[in-house]
Design a protein around this ligand. Structure first.
Ligand code: FAD
Length: 459
C-alpha cells in the first residue's frame, strides 16, 4: 500500500525525515493541503502566498524528476488528508511535525483517523526537548541557547531518497485555481526581482553565502550591505532545513559563525516559546500592556500614524527606508526591523499587535513564532523581555550603522542629500515631497516614558 507524505512548511526533498521514512516502506503520494480555516486570522498573508505558489511549483518540478507529482487539496487539512488516505488505500501518513497551534490541532485530529507518523526535521532540536535542570522548558533565550548548543548537531543531514510511485494517482486541484498570486493590481514585481524560490535556490544561496559568515559579526548590522544570509523565507517554508545550514557552516569557526549559529537558535527558541504559550503572537505575556498603547476606544486617533508607518512616510528616513523595503521586496533587514518596530510601539505608542499583523501580511518570511517572539521582545511585553523603557533612537542608530546608502536606495527623494543630512534632514534640506517627522524624538521619548510610568502606577 502507498504512504502519504504530507508536506507543509517543509517544501524540500533533501533532509526530509518524513519523506525518507515513507520512501523506505513503499510507494509515495506527496500531498499539500491549503488550509485557511485552521490558522484563522493567521492564515497566510499576501507575500507568503506569493512565495508559497512558487515553492509548490518548484517542489512539483523536483518531484517530476522521480516521475512523481504533488497532489493538491484545499480545505480542513486533517479532513482532507484522511479522505485522501481512504481514497488511495494509503496505510500510513508521514509528516514533519509542526508546532503552530493550528498544526498541533490538525495533527491531533488526524492521528485519530489514520496511522500518522510524525518526524522531527524543521528545527535544530525538537522544541520542548531542551529543558532546565528541573525538567521545565526554558523561557529565556540565553540559557536556552547555551543548553541547546551542548546537544548539537542532534542528527545527520539526510540525502534526497529515491522512491517508487503508486499504481494510480488521486485527483489533484490546479495550483493556478488557488489564486495565490496577486493579479489586480500585480504588486509582486519587487518580489520577483528580489527572490528565487525553491529548494535549489535555497541551497545555492547557502553555498554562495557560506564564506561570508566570517564577516557576519559586523556586517549583519549594516543595512547598506548584503551582510546576512537572507535564508529566512527559505527556512520558513522549509526549502532548506536548519540542520543543513548548521552542517554547511560547521567547518567555520570564529565569531561570525558563532553569532550566526546563535541566530539560528533564536528560531528554535521562538518555537519553544509558542509551544509553551500558543497564543503568544496575539497575547502579551505581561498583562499590563493594554493601558500603555494609544487606543481608539479611549479616543486616541492612531490610524493616520499607523498608515504613515506602513507606507514609510514617518519622516524618519531609516524607518521609512525599512518599511518601503518591506513593501517592495517582502523582507526587511533585521537591524531595521528592530528600529521600525520599536518606532511603532514606543515613538507612536501603537499596540505591537498592529505591527505583528502588518509584518504577517507583508513579509515573505512571516513566521508565527519568529514574528510574535520578536514583536513582544521589542515591546517589552514578552517572556524574554527587553525593557519598554529602553527606547531606541532611530536617528543615531541610522548613523551608527551607516545606513546612508540604504536610505538612498529606498527613499529616493532623499538620495541627493549629503551624508550629514541624510539620517535626519533639517527643515532647510528636507525636500518638499518628504514628510515632516510625525513626532520629534525627544517628545516621543518623553510621551512613552510618561505613559509607562502612568501604567506602572495603575493610572
Ligand atoms: P540571518 O541574519 O542570516 O540569520 C539566519 C537565520 O536565523 C534567519 O534566516 C532566521 O531564520 C534566523 N534568525 C535570525 N534572527 C532571528 C531572530 N531575531 N529571531 C528568530 N530567528 C532569527 N524572522 C523570521 O524568520 N520571520 C519573521 O516573521 C520575523 N519577524 C520579525 C519581526 C521583528 C519585529 C523583528 C525585530 C525580527 C523579526 N524576524 C523574523 C527576525 C529577523 O529579523 C529575520 O529572521 C532576519 O532578518 C532574516 O534575515 P536573514 O535570513 O538574512 O537572517
Amino acid at each position: 500500500a502507498p504512504r502519504i507524505v504530507w508536506f507543509r512548511r517543509d517544501l524540500r526533498l533533501s533532509d526530509h525525515p518524513a519523506l525518507c521514512a515513507a520512501a523506505a516502506e513503499g510507494p509515495v503520494i506527496p500531498v499539500y493541503v491549503l488550509d485557511d480555516q485552521g490558522p484563522d486570522h493567521h492564515a497566510m498573508g499576501g507575500a507568503s502566498r506569493w512565495w508559497l505558489h512558487h515553492s509548490l511549483e518548484s517542489l512539483d518540478a523536483s518531484l517530476g524528476r522521480h516521475r512523481s507529482k504533488l497532489v493538491l487539496r484545499r480545505g480542513d487539512a486533517a479532513t482532507e488528508i484522511a479522505k485522501l488516505a481512504e481514497e488511495t488505500g494509503a496505510c500510513e501518513v508521514h509528516a514533519i511535525r509542526h508546532y503552530e497551534p493550528w498544526w498541533r490541532r490538525a495533527q491531533g485530529k488526524l492521528s485519530k483517523e489514520v496511522e500518522l507518523c510524525l518526524h522531527d526535521g524543521n528545527y535544530l532540536l525538537p522544541p520542548g526537548t531542551v529543558t532546565t535542570g528541573s525538567g521545565d522548558p526554558y523561557k529565556i533565550y540565553t540559557p536556552f541557547a547555551k543548553a541547546a548548543r551542548q546537544c548539537l548537531p542532534a542528527r545527520e543531514v539526510l540525502e534526497e531518497p529515491s522512491f517508487s510511485n503508486p499504481d494510480s494517482w488521486p485527483n489533484s486541484e490546479k495550483l493556478s485555481d488557488w489564486n495565490l498570486l496577486p493579479t489586480k493590481p500585480d504588486w509582486a514585481d519587487g518580489l520577483r526581482e528580489a527572490w528565487e524560490v525553491g529548494e535549489k535556490a535555497a541551497l545555492d544561496r547557502l553555498e554562495a553565502w557560506a564564506d561570508h559568515v566570517k564577516d557576519y559579526e559586523d556586517d549583519r548590522n549594516l543595512p547598506s550591505i548584503d551582510g546576512s544570509s537572507r535564508l529566512s523565507p527559505h527556512l520558513h517554508f522549509g526549502e532548506i532545513s536548519p540542520t543543513q545550514v548548521w552542517d554547511r557552516l560547521s567547518r567555520h569557526t570564529g565569531a561570525g559563525a558563532d553569532t550566526y549559529r546563535g541566530e539560528l537558535l533564536w528560531r528554535d527558541y521562538a518555537q519553544n516559546v509558542i509551544c509553551q504559550f500558543p497564543d503568544y503572537p496575539t497575547q502579551s505575556y505581561r498583562d499590563y500592556d493594554n493601558s500603555l498603547w494609544r487606543n481608539p476606544n479611549r479616543g486616541h486617533l492612531i490610524e493616520e500614524d499607523l498608515e504613515a508607518w506602513q507606507k514609510g512616510q514617518t519622516g524618519y528616513p531609516i524607518v521609512d527606508a525599512g518599511m518601503r523595503q518591506l513593501w517592495v521586496t517582502g523582507w526587511m533587514h533585521n537591524r531595521v526591523r528592530m528600529i521600525a518596530a520599536s518606532f511603532l510601539v514606543k515613538h507612536l505608542l501603537i499596540d505591537w499587535r498592529h505591527g505583528e499583523q502588518w509584518f504577517w501580511d507583508t513579509l515573505v518570511d512571516a513566521d508565527y513564532g519568529n514574528n510574535g517572539v520578536n514583536w513582544q521582545w521589542i515591546s517589552g511585553t514578552g517572556v524574554d523581555s527587553n525593557m519598554f523603557s529602553r527606547i531606541m533612537a532611530p536617528l543615531s542608530q541610522s548613523e551608527k550603522f551607516d545606513a546612508a546608502a540604504y536610505i538612498r536606495e529606498w527613499v529616493p527623494e532623499l538620495a541627493d542629500l549629503p551624508n550629514d543630512q541624510i539620517h535626519d534632514p533639517d527643515d532647510r534640506h528636507r525636500p518638499e515631497n518628504y514628510p515632516e517627522k510625525l513626532i520629534g524624538h525627544k517628545e516621543a521619548r518623553e510621551r512613552a516614558l510618561a505613559a509607562y510610568r502612568e501604567m506602572k502606577s495603575g493610572g
